[in-house]
Design a binder for this molecule. Structure first.
Ligand SMILES: [Zn+2]
Length: 155
């Protein structure tokens, strides 16, 4: 596992599993409910047995209740496949009625949740996202959320 964030010029430069998850995440944006932001987000994660779980962002007129695609996928995965390890997660987004992907990296809340999933399973999760200028990046939650708050902070 890399100890720094890895950057890739093109999607084709990523490994085949990552490309597949990006493809599934893209498909999942069709299930986004984003009437307010009009920013459709899809996430796809892979379990250690190859199972793919997807999630799309779900908004609400009461804005604080909106839920990110990543957390929809993570909670669905742990609810239906408790005990399995999540190996990778890809997240992509596009504006409503636009085909091309927009830069979208995980928000701080999702990074915090991903960090706890890594701690629970004692294994890092490779997170694949498209950053600025269409560059792809791959990182673990640990790298995306340094100097973090976690379970040990409460002990
Ligand atoms: Zn988020």
């Amino acid at each position: 596992m890399a100890t720094t964030i890895q950057y890739f010029e093109h999607l084709e430069d990523l490994d085949s599993e990552s490309k597949y998850l990006v493809h599934k995440a893209k498909e999942t944006t069709a299930f986004s409910y984003a009437p307010y932001s009009k920013f459709c987000v899809g996430a796809a994660l892979m379990l250690d047995d190859g199972t793919v779980i997807t999630g799309a962002n779900q908004e609400n007129a009461s804005f604080p209740l909106c839920m990110c695609a990543e957390r929809v996928a993570l909670y669905a995965a742990t609810s239906a496949h408790a005990g399995r390890t999540i190996t990778k997660l890809a997240v992509v987004a596009h504006k409503k009625n636009h085909k091309e992907l927009a830069a979208a990296t995980c928000c701080g809340a999702c990074r915090q949740v991903l960090l706890e999933f890594e701690a629970r399973q004692k294994k890092p999760i490779e997170i694949i996202m498209m950053g600025e200028a269409g560059k792809w990046l791959k990182a673990t939650a640990n790298l995306l959320m340094p100097v973090s708050f976690g379970k040990e902070s409460l002990e």
